[in-house]
Design a protein around this ligand. Structure first.
Ligand SMILES: C[C@@]1(CC(=O)O)c2cc3[nH]c(cc4nc(cc5[nH]c(cc(n2)[C@H]1CCC(=O)O)[C@@](C)(CC(=O)O)[C@@H]5CCC(=O)O)C(CC(=O)O)=C4CCC(=O)O)c(CCC(=O)O)c3CC(=O)O
Ligand SMILES: NC(=O)C1=CN([C@@H]2O[C@H](COP(=O)(O)OP(=O)(O)OC[C@H]3O[C@@H](n4cnc5c(N)ncnc54)[C@H](O)[C@@H]3O)[C@@H](O)[C@H]2O)C=CC1
Length: 222
């Protein structure tokens, strides 16, 4: 292959391992600031990463204020290989295959994990659709095959789970602490028995105390 046509970084069609990355204070570099690059920069800033955006233009222009207010640094110029130095996470979002391939190659050389927003089979990770319902985080992926369906499935699951499950997480977590404080193992069939026995319906009906009584009984705490 001639040097002017950089080789693709890698090709993987495996679904990949879904994780929750803790990026507080980590350097993240997003290259390209169209609506996808802007979204990635904001997603990374939201989880506490130290985000630098490299792009001659930002689109839409109206997002500049939000980017700056989130502490994101914008370099209004074209990408240079040194931009990825010291990065933990790199995002290639220029829509220009030659530039995106160079960004991925440089990220690999710098030991950073890279995301290619236009190709789920390139780079080290892809984004999943997520929703945060209190302490329940739901992540959906179709491994890049149909983002529109990914988003729709996420919205349906979120609507279903928003009814009762956040309160159930709080209740179960509290009772789990009670088991621990009593020096008891937390592995117990009572969790499933309580769920089959209707604790979700009780919480949905507003009877959290009734659900607590039932759960504690199934776990032999009462
Ligand atoms: C590989 C990946 C990128 C990555 O890994 O970074 C990727 C790639 C591409 N997306 C495209 C299009 C669309 N993407 C969305 C939306 C989202 N896309 C997201 C993830 C991913 N998209 C990764 C795989 C995820 C998976 O497994 O499905 C979500 C879930 C998360 C996020 O990006 O934040 C976010 C929902 C955000 C939310 O609601 O929370 C919509 C719908 C909409 O915007 O309403 C459309 C139009 C409808 C359609 O195409 O289905 C195109 C074609 C572009 C073109 O042709 O111009 C490509 C490239 C290609 O396929 O070639
Ligand atoms: N992941 C997803 O959800 C989606 C991904 N896509 C894909 O994402 C890519 C980007 O889409 P958009 O944001 O709509 O593109 P866009 O064309 O609006 O934005 C690209 C940005 O990259 C910048 N850029 C161009 N050359 C550059 C260089 N050498 N150095 C630094 N920055 C440079 C441009 O100034 C522009 O701001 C496309 O390949 C598209 O197929 C599109 C829609 C959704």
């Amino acid at each position: 292959m001639p040097p002017s046509a950089p080789a693709p970084h890698r090709t993987s069609t495996r679904p990949g391992l879904t994780v929750a990355l803790h990026l507080d204070g980590r350097r993240a570099v997003v290259v390209g600031a169209g609506h996808v690059g802007v979204r990635r920069a904001l997603q990374l800033a939201e989880v506490g990463a130290d985000v630098t955006l490299v792009s001659p233009e930002v689109w839409p222009r109206s997002s500049i204020d939000e980017l700056l207010s989130q502490g994101i640094t914008w370099f209004a110029r074209e990408y240079e290989p040194a931009d990825v130095e010291g990065a933990t996470i790199v995002v290639a979002a220029t829509g220009r295959s030659d530039v995106d391939a160079a960004v991925l190659r440089d990220a690999a050389a710098a030991g950073a994990m890279a995301n290619h927003v236009a190709d789920a089979t390139a780079g080290d990770f892809s984004l999943v659709a997520t929703t945060d319902l209190g302490h329940i985080q739901v992540s959906v992926s179709t491994a890049g095959r149909t983002p529109a369906l990914t988003r729709w499935i996420r919205d349906r699951l979120a609507a279903e789970l928003s009814d009762g499950y956040p309160a159930l997480v709080e209740l179960f977590a509290e009772v789990r602490e009670e088991l621990r404080a009593a020096g008891r193992p937390t592995r117990h069939r009572g969790w499933e028995d309580a769920l089959s026995g209707g604790v979700l319906d009780q919480v949905r009906a507003g009877d959290v105390e009734g659900a607590r009584v039932q759960l504690r009984r199934h776990l032999e705490l009462a």
